[in-house]
Structures are given as C-alpha cells and as structure tokens.
Design a protein around this ligand. Structure first.
Ligand SMILES: *[C@@H]1O[C@H](CO)[C@@H](O)[C@H](O)[C@H]1NC(C)=O
Ligand SMILES: *[C@@H]1O[C@H](CO)[C@@H](O)[C@H](O)[C@H]1NC(C)=O
Ligand SMILES: *[C@@H]1O[C@H](CO)[C@@H](O)[C@H](O)[C@H]1NC(C)=O
Length: 972
C-alpha cells in the first residue's frame, strides 16, 4: 500500500509512454522523408564503397554477442539490417539499430549491441537518422563526433547506458529535429552547461530524461530559445529551479512537457509552464510542488493528459477545470484534496466526461460515498480511488463502465456487497483491486467472471466460506490475493490448474484445509503465501521459479523436502508447523536464501554443516536465520562464520551446547540480534562478541554461561544509539538490516507482507510474540546463568537499552552508580543475585521504567523514591529478600538516629548522571532528532512507517503474567 502511489504512477506512465511511442513512431517516419528501403526491388540501390567501409569499421568496434548484425556481410551494405540508403543517390541516410534492452528484463540474455561507438561513422556524411537506443554501451561516452554529421535530423541514443558529459558539439547540428538522450540505465550522463542546445533552432523533440542537470539553474531560458519545440522531456534530471514566468514565450508549439521526478520543492504558482496554452500533455508529478491546486490549470484548455500526482498540493481541485474539454487522463494521486468525492466528481470537466479514460486518484483523502450516479464517464479505462476514506456501498453504475480495464478501490472503508450486477458488464476488466475494505463479494457459484481478468486483489473482503468457484473460468491469472477473505473450505482440484499461471498467490489467513498438491512444482509462481491456514501433510517440491514462500502457521507435518526444487528461493518462512525430522543439507544449496524461518516446528538432530564443501558458497546471503523452538542440537553451527551478512540469528529454545565461538565478533560484522535463550551453552561470554558494533539485542538467558560480563560491552553501539528508522543511507549495513525485517514477501506489484510477525521478545518478565517492534528493541538479557563478578559500571553507557535482565546469576558488588543513565529502560531486573550496598539514587531518574525487580540480594539502606518509582503496583515485591533495606514502601523504618551516609553520595550520583548526559546526551539527542526530521520531511517513509506501525501491536499471544503496558503500548 505504502508504495502504491509510485508504482501505480509507473503504470500510468507506461500507459503514457505507449502513447508517446506511437507518436514517436509516426514522427520518425516523417523525419526521414527521402529514405526508403522498404522495397528493395523498386530501385537498384547499391552501397557506396566508402560508406560500406565506414560501416565495417563501426561494426568492428561493437560487441555483438547476440549476432544482431549477422546480415552485415556482402557488398551491398544497403541490404544490411538496419541500414537504409537513399533511393536517389544511394548514400546511407538511416541507421536504425535499436536493441531490445528496453523490452527484456534479463540483462544477460537480451539481444543488444555493446562495445564502442566508433568514429568511423564519420564516413556516413549523409546520415540523417541514427538510432542506437536500448543497447548496452556500458560506460561509453556520448560521442562528440556526432556533432560533425551535419545532416543529422534524428538522434536516439536513449537507454543505451551511455555516460559522461554531454558533448556541446551536438550544438552544431542545426538540422536536428529529434534528440533523445534519455538514459534510464547505468550511470546517467551529465551536463553542467546546456547553452549549446539553444543553437538547435529546428529542434522539435528534446528528451534528456535521467541526464544529471543538477548544477544547471537557468535551463528554462535555454529551452525557450527553441521555437519549434513540440516535446520536452526532462524527467529525473535533478532539476531544482524553475522560472516563475516567460514574458516572451517562444514555446508556442509546445505540446508535451514532462518535468516529472525533479526536486523543485517550490510553490506551484507562479510557474512558467502555466502560460503554455498549447500544452496537451503536462507531467509535473513527484516534484514537491506545494500549495493549493492552481486556478491556472483552467487556462490550459488543450490539455489531454495532466499529471500532478505525488506533490504536496492541497484542497479541492479548482472549478475552472471545467474548461479542459479535451481531458482524457487526469492524475493527482498522492496529494491532499481532503474533501468530498461528490464535489470532486462535479468539478471534473463535464464537457470531457465522454473522453476521460484514466482517473488516477489514489491517496488524496477523498471522503464520503461514491456518487450514486456517474454514468457519463462511459469511457473510463482506468479508475484508481485506492487509499482514500470512501465509505458506503459500491454503486451499480460501476458495472456500466464497460471499457474499464482497471478498477482499484482498495484501502477504503467501503462496505456492502459487490455482485454480478457490478461486475458482469465489465467485459474488458483485467485488474480488479478491492482489498482492505469490508466488501462482501456475493456472486453466484455459477458466475462467469470477465475473461480477461489477470490481477485480482480481494484481501480482507468477504469471499468465503466456500472457495470461490468462479475462479475456475480464469485462464490467464497473474496475480491473486484472496487473503483474509473468510474462506473455510478445501481447495478444489481445478484450482491448482487455474493457479498454475499465477506469478503471485496469496491465500493467507483463511481456514483452508487441504494437502499441498504434488503438482505445485509445475506452477509459474515466484511468490506464494499460504500462511495462517490449516494446510497439512508434507511440503511438496516447489515451483522452480519460486523466490518467496510463506507457509507459516499451518499444520504441515512430515520432513522438509530433500529437494526443494526452487533453487532461487530468497525467503522461506515455515514457522509454527509440525515439521519433523532433520534439517536436510539441501537447504545449504539455496544460494540466494536471505530469510529462513523454520522456528516452532519439531525438527531434531544436528544442523547440516553447510560449508562442508569449501568450493561452494552456501547460504552466504542469509540475513535472517530463525531456528527457535525446535529440538535441534549440536554445537554453535560453525558454518555460520561464512554467513557474513547475518543480522538476525535466533537459536533459542533448542538443545545446542558448547561454548560460544569467538569468531562471532569478527566474522559476523552486521549481527544485531543474537538470541540463544534456553539452550545449554556454557563457557564465558567471548570478549569479541561484545565488539559487534551493531549488536542491539543479546539474549543468552537460561544457559550455563560462566565468568563475568566483559567490559568491552561499551562497544555495542546498537545498545547506545537509537536506531534511525528507515534510513536511506545505502550502506551495506542498512541494506542488510532492511532485508532482515523491512521488506517482507513481495506479494504483488504494490504490496508486501512485512516479515516482522515472528519474533518473540522477552521483556518485563514475559515472552510474547512480537510483530515488528523487535526491530527497534534494545535488549540485554543474561538471566539464569552462572555469571559472577561485578556488574560493570560500563553497562550504564548502553543508554538505548529498553530491557536489562541480569537476574538469577551470582553477581556481587554494588549496583552501578550511574544506572539512572539508562533513560529508555522499561524493565530492569537484577533480582536473585548477591548484590550489596545501597540502591543508587539515580534509579529514580528512570522515568520510562514500568517493571523493576531488585529482590533477593543483599542490598541495604534507604529505598530511593520519586518519579516512576512511586507508581509501581506491589512495590514491596520489588525489594523483597533484602533484609537491609528500609523506608517506604517497606514496612521497616530507617532509624532516624542512624546517619544516612548516602546523602552525600546521592548528590554525587545525580551529578554523575548529569555529566553523563552531557557526555552521552548530545549524540543521543541527535539520533532522535534525525528520526524526527526523517519523519517530518520524508513523506514516503512516513507512510511506510505508519503502515508497518499498524502491525506492531497486533499481538498474537501473551505468556506468563500481565503487567502494565501504559508506557509501552500506543493503543491508548
Ligand atoms: C523482390 O523480388 C524478389 C525476387 O524477384 C521477390 O521474391 C520479392 O517478393 C520482391 N519483394 C518485394 C518487396 O517486392
Ligand atoms: C526565441 O527564439 C529565437 C530563435 O532561437 C531567439 O533568437 C530569441 O531570443 C528567443 N526569444 C526569447 C525570449 O528567448
Ligand atoms: C486565463 O486566460 C484568460 C484569457 O486568456 C486571461 O484573461 C486570464 O488572466 C488567464 N488566467 C490566468 C489565471 O492566468
């Protein structure tokens, strides 16, 4: 959902791109009038020898792995593929070698040319048309010599991975009509001075999208020097300045202006483009333009396509939009209209109701119910109202939009039902998104849906209890999300045949009980989520292209497959089933695996030694490995030392034994979460372990660890700095971290299921399944071991700690005097040790504390009071078993006669705390500030964060006893 505006916009851009490609095509034909090779029999063109050798020289510089130029042999170069000669004089006038690099996704198999663009092309002095687009000239400079081919009228070098500085020599091409250097792939070219452009006075089409123009401030006057311009595309150019007006506009022919995805961050008016009344296509999306939707829109009366999406525009659209009688495509998604949908529709130009084909209106805070009448919009092809606040029923007029290809009403508060009446008329419908509403789908069992449906998103609608039998008529499904749709049924046999065409299948959170079919391996799927159902039986061989699989919370049993069948698996999530047997070594062969969660099963035996064969690089991409709650045994798995990207490791509640290896600290540099709770590990805490700078969660509780806490614990920055949420630093560290938690299953083009659901967390004396916040949990739990010695004073530097549990050990000495520096601590348990001395007064500085336990030590003196300490229930329990303690809330009074030597000490304590804050605080406050600023300014992240947030408090179970959560939950 969070990424929806951007992705959807891409879709709409694709739509537009198709239209433009068509335009381009026609233009290209007219640009080169004199060339013709479509009928080689008509004249006797034969190639000029000098030009032939120029072509041969050009070919020699190229690499051509796909053998695209196989026809480039023999004498008559006019017959070579892509070469076109003039009928009149046989000169080569056109070279069209567009590759397939823009159509194919797989770079390695794409038929493209590479290598160098040889200057021998200079031999083609009559060349008018040059198209080398969509090839892969990785890192080659945009050639200067093109500036000497004076007859050139058409240059397309787009998306061919050219780089470097844009050569000003192109300014010599006074005949140039068409220039496209848009560079979608590779390191884009740049320019620091585009004044040369102003010499191209015949230029009609200019596309410099993706070219880095960040240093150029006065680009508008340059563009304004070109009176013939019809098309200007400067999308993703890092432009930051615009001109407020053009008193003398030359751009009277300009029809298309694309300035999307720059960073103007300025008032939407005044702006020079509002004066361009010839415009038919204007895209200024994703630019940080702000203020109200401008009245000026009403003056662009020729407008056909208007895209203002993803800016910070507010308020209702202006009423003079009425003047736009040619409007076909209107996109304002991701702004903030914050008004009634009825009024919004009334302001759409009624004179273009029969022309409007695309309305892109997601996430603009529209409220109210869909109007009961909207019949005039009969030509709508795409309607996107997702992510608004619409309520009420879906009106039946939807069914009259017979040309609709995409209908997206997801993420609203719509209710009522949708039946055949709504859907049967939508004969063209390909994409239907109703997810996250309370809509019930009430179609008859025998209903035959529109046959072109390829994308269906019905998440959290009511579809069940019967499995939707109408799905069987759909033969070309790509995407199906029927998660959380109240289906309580078995899977009919035909479904797996229908589902075989799917790329994405999400049936999560239903009550579907069945075996997984043995034919699963023949599916085309890349992502399957069947989590939280009642599937049983064994896991069959998986589809060969599968990357993401979630079968968690089912009743699967039997062993893990010896051959998973899906070598490219990236995420494998199988927790909370009843899978038995050993972990097969086939798992080691999953080289792409980044997230493996097989916790809460009945797995037994040793972990296979994945690095047994040194020639393989098994599991080296793994970031999150969760084996919790099985009956696995053996020593700490030694192959993990080759898993350098590991961020999260959970071996808790198993039978592992032996010492903790010292290499953890050196070989796992990104490790942030280490949970070894409830095993039989022994020996000391290796000094090296605490050198892990990112370590923020260390749980060694319920083992047999001996020795003392190493002072090197001060190195754990993860316990000192509050983690900045969704940082955009592209450091390896953050990337790894986000892979571990941030991005879950890619379950569709716009959706992902965050993998944050399966982390138990022990704090405040209870272990519970935590659904997300663990990412931000800072924890040190060493309870129930045989640790001895002092609690090192250094522990009070770990100011990000939220949970500190050292109970049930044999710690002696005093409680560190600066313990009050742990301002974030919510739960502090030092009980059942041999601590002596007085309780430091600084403890009362712990304002976040909601659970404290100091019982069963040898503490003495007066119990500190104040702040949070006064708010605990059962205060006596906190101090029980310390006969030397006195003062309220304890019954024994401290003798007035006995001087309290602590008074002096207390002041020192507090001074220490204060100076500690001065020393530590600046960094800490800075950290919070960064978080705050991030939220303030990065709207995208804010949305993302909130959507993740929703899941945080979706607790699944609570163990042990309940304590107050007031400071912790945000539900109140
Ligand atoms: C060109 O001539 C050849 C042989 O004479 C013939 O087979 C072919 O159809 C002709 N092509 C066109 C486009 O007329
Ligand atoms: C309009 O274009 C012509 C031709 O390039 C140029 O000479 C003139 O300066 C331009 N006018 C403005 C206001 O830039
Ligand atoms: C719109 O155009 C009209 C007539 O061309 C003009 O009078 C008016 O000032 C323009 N409005 C804006 C907001 O520019």
């Amino acid at each position: 959902m969070a990424t929806a505006p951007v992705d959807k916009l891409l879709l709409s851009n694709i739509h537009i791109a198709v239209m433009c490609a068509l335009l381009l095509f026609t233009r290209a034909k007219s640009v080169v009038e004199s060339s013709s090779s479509s009928d080689p029999n008509s004249t006797v063109t034969s190639c000029i020898a000098r030009e032939r050798s120029a072509l041969v020289g050009f070919k020699a510089g190229l690499s051509d792995p796909a053998n695209i130029l196989s026809s480039w042999k023999g004498h008559d170069c006019c017959k070579w593929k892509g070469v076109h000669c003039s009928n009149r004089n046989s000169h080569v006038v056109k070279l069209d070698l567009r590759g397939y690099g823009c159509d194919f996704i797989d770079e390695t198999k794409t038929p493209v040319l590479g290598g160098n663009i040889s200057s021998s092309l200079l031999g083609l002095q009559h060349l008018q048309y040059l198209d080398l687009s969509c090839n892969w000239f990785d890192g080659v400079q945009v050639p200067e010599f093109l500036g000497s081919l004076h007859k050139l009228r058409y240059i397309d070098l787009s998306s061919s991975s050219l780089t470097g500085m844009m050569p000003p020599h192109l300014g010599n091409l006074s005949n140039l009509r068409y220039l496209n250097l848009a560079s979608k792939y590779g390191t884009p070219p740049y320019s620091t001075d585009i004044t040369w452009l102003s010499q191209l006075t015949s230029l009609e089409h200019l596309d410099l999208s993706y070219v880095n123009l960040s240093t150029i401030l006065h680009w508008v006057p340059v563009v304004n020097m070109l009176p013939s311009l019809k098309v200007v595309r400067l999308s993703v150019c890092n432009l930051r300045t615009s001109s407020s007006s053009l008193p003398l506009s030359n751009l009277t022919s300009l029809e298309t202006l694309d300035l999307s995805s720059n960073s103007f961050h300025t008032h939407i008016t005044p702006n020079w483009f509002w004066g361009l009344t010839s415009l038919r296509y204007l895209d200024i999306s994703m630019n940080g333009f702000y203020s109200h939707f401008p009245d000026k829109i009403g003056n662009l009366t020729s407008m056909v396509t208007l895209d203002l999406s993803s800016n910070n525009l507010v308020g209702m659209i202006p009423s003079n939009l009425e003047n736009l009688c040619s409007l076909e495509v209107f996109g304002i998604g991701g702004n903030n209209v914050n008004g009634s949908i009825t009024e919004f529709f009334l302001r759409l130009p009624s004179c273009s109701w029969d022309k409007l084909s695309l309305l892109y209106l997601p996430s603009i805070n529209l409220i109210g119910s869909l109007p009961t009448k909207l019949e005039p919009l009969r030509n709508l092809v795409r309607l996107d109202l997702s992510g608004n606040k619409l309520t009420g029923h879906v009106p039946v007029w939807i069914g009259k939009l017979t040309k609709l290809i995409e209908l997206d009403l997801s993420y609203n508060n719509l209710d009522g039902f949708i039946g055949e009446g709504h859907l049967s008329g939508l004969e063209s419908l390909e994409r239907l998104f109703l997810s996250n509403n309370s809509i019930a789908l009430t179609v008859k069992l025998m209903w035959v849906p529109p046959s072109n449906l390829t994308y269906i998103g019905l998440r959290s609608c009511v579809v069940g209890p019967r499995f939707p039998s109408w799905l069987r008529w759909l033969t070309r499904l790509d995407y199906l999300d029927i998660s959380n749709t109240s289906i309580s049924d078995t899977v009919p046999d035909w479904f797996w045949i229908t589902a075989s065409t799917l790329y994405t299948l999400n049936m999560r959170r239903n009550k579907i009980s069945d075996y997984l079919p043995s034919t699963m391996e023949f599916m085309r799927a890349t992502a399957i989520d069947l989590g939280s159902n009642q599937f049983n039986g064994a896991i069959p061989k998986l589809p060969i292209g599968l990357t993401d699989l979630d079968l968690s919370r089912n009743n699967l049993d039997g062993p893990l497959p010896l051959d998973f069948g899906a070598p490219g698996l990236i995420k494998l999530i199988l927790f909370d089933n009843s899978i038995t047997g050993a972990v097969p070594s086939s798992l080691c062969k999953l080289r792409s695996l980044r997230l493996l969660d097989i916790s809460e099963n009945n797995l037994t035996g040793l972990i296979p030694n994945c690095s047994a064969d040194p020639s393989t690089t098994d599991l080296t991409n793994i970031v999150n490995l969760s084996l919790r709650n099985n009956s696995l045994s053996g020593e700490f798995p030694s192959f993990l030392q080759y898993c350098q990207r590991l961020v999260f490791l959970d071996l808790a509640h198993n039978h592992f034994f032996g010492t903790l290896p010292t290499w953890i600290g050196e070989k796992l540099p990104y490790l942030a979460f280490l949970r070894l709770r409830s095993n039989m590990f022994s020996g000391k805490i290796p000094e090296e372990l605490l050198k892990l700078v990112d370590l923020q969660y260390l749980d060694l509780a319920y083992n047999s660890i001996t020795g003392s806490i190493p002072k090197s614990i001060v190195n754990s920055k993860g316990m000192i700095l509050t983690r900045v949420r969704y940082d955009d630093d592209d450091t390896d560290d953050d990337a790894a971290f986000q892979t571990a938690f941030g991005y879950g299953l890619s379950i569709g083009p716009n959706d992902y299921v965050a993998y944050t659901e399966n982390s138990t967390l022990v704090t405040k004396g209870q272990e519970r399944l935590y659904t997300g916040e663990i990412v931000y949990m800072v924890n040190l739990d060493l309870s129930c071991n045989n640790l001895t010695g002092d609690i090192p004073e250094e522990i009070s530097t770990l100011v990000a700690l939220k949970n500190l549990n050292l109970s049930w050990n044999t710690f002696s000495g005093k409680i560190p005097v600066n313990i009050g520096a742990l301002v974030q601590v919510e739960s502090l348990d030092l009980s059942h040790n041999e601590l002596s001395g007085e309780i430091p007064a600084s403890l009362s500085a712990l304002t976040s504390l909601s659970r404290l336990n100091l019982s069963y030590n040898n503490l003495k003196g007066e119990v500190p009071s104040g702040n949070q300490l006064q708010t605990f229930e059962d205060p006596e329990y906190i101090y029980i078993g310390n006969p030397g303690l006195c003062g309220p809330p304890l019954p024994q009074k401290c003798s007035q006669l006995e001087p309290i030597p602590a008074t002096q000490e207390q002041h020192e304590d507090l001074n220490d705390v204060a100076s500690f804050f001065i020393a530590m605080g600046s960094g800490h406050v800075m950290g919070l500030w960064v978080v705050f600023c991030t939220f303030l300014f990065k709207r995208k992240w804010r949305i993302k964060w909130y959507s993740v947030c929703d899941k945080f408090y979706d607790w699944v179970f609570v163990l042990v006893y309940v304590v107050t959560w007031a400071s912790w939950t945000r539900e109140t």
